[in-house]
Design a protein around this ligand. Structure first.
Ligand SMILES: C[S@@+](CC[C@H](N)C(=O)[O-])C[C@H]1O[C@@H](n2cnc3c(N)ncnc32)[C@H](O)[C@@H]1O
Length: 247
């Protein structure tokens, strides 16, 4: 039976890799690396860099191509089929190294947050014994970069996507909302005068950009900065925290 370890590697900064993560990389017989991700950050060779940094005798690496996701048959159905297809690619990559028993993947951020590697692992046949090494999430990297707590005293916080903010608006009972996976600056759909924002792009990386302030005052600056950074780098990953302003 295969031991599969999903190693959270943080958000693009090799220094985010924990001692536990480094140890798991060294212990692996085989590491699976996606050759082509949906976004170009995955192309940056960060995973090879991390492996070389933490191991003198690197484990075997097997590359796999990420299949294209169909968008013509509903979002959830498209994702479901896509996960099946990725599981097959993992399986093929593993089968090229029949002696490898300890297999690992380096997962952006942490495998528990807006990441499907655990759902893909559950599709492998035979089912591997799956372990997770936690990593720094984009949300943690953002709050650290701005040196702020996520939650107000004794209060909960809400994590959601740009699409949901656009379609459903501000979550009714929330005072703090973190927004991920937002290619459209969906904060523009809200009543902007009611919120403060802490925004970050490439958080934790050398390209990091941070902007914060009352949303009405900084919204245009974020839109402009985001557009030009995206054009300069060819890709962008951003995340933000919104808090209701005290009236
Ligand atoms: C597919 S999710 C993966 C999240 C990841 N598993 C985590 O733990 O943070 C990708 C989203 O995470 C956020 N993200 C990841 N890395 C980031 C970074 N370095 N800077 C800003 N946002 C980032 C962005 O909102 C991006 O759209």
């Amino acid at each position: 039976m295969i031991d599969l370890t999903l190693i959270g590697i943080g958000t693009g900064n090799p220094d985010h890799v924990t001692f536990q993560g480094a140890q798991a990389i060294r212990a692996a017989d085989l590491i699976l690396i996606p050759r082509k991700g949906e976004n170009k950050a995955d192309l940056a060779g960060l995973r090879e860099e991390i492996i070389a940094q933490v191991s003198d005798t690197p484990p075997l690496i097997a590359y796999f191509d990420i299949p294209k996701r169909r968008a013509d048959d509903g979002y959830l159905r498209g994702v479901d089929e896509w996960h099946d297809a990725i599981a097959l690619r993992w399986q093929e990559a593993i089968s090229t190294h029949p002696d490898a028993r300890k297999v690992a993947l380096l997962i952006w951020g942490d495998p528990s947050l807006y990441d499907s590697s655990l759902r893909i692992a559950a599709r492998l046949d035979p089912l591997p014994a799956t372990k997770v090494v936690p990593g720094v999430t984009a949300l943690q990297a953002l709050t650290a970069a701005h040196a702020i707590p996520i939650n107000d005293l004794g209060a909960p916080y809400f994590v959601t996507t740009g699409r949901r903010i656009r379609e459903e608006g501000w979550p009714e009972t929330a005072s703090t909302v973190a927004v991920m996976l937002d290619g459209e600056c969906s904060f523009q759909n809200l009543e902007m005068a009611e919120y403060d924002i802490w925004w970050g792009a490439y958080v934790g990386m050398k390209e990091e950009i941070l902007i914060k302030g009352p949303l009405t005052e900084v919204a245009q600056q974020i839109l402009d900065t985001r557009a030009s950074a995206r054009a300069d780098h060819g890709w962008i990953m951003d995340i933000y925290l919104l808090k209701k302003r005290a009236i």
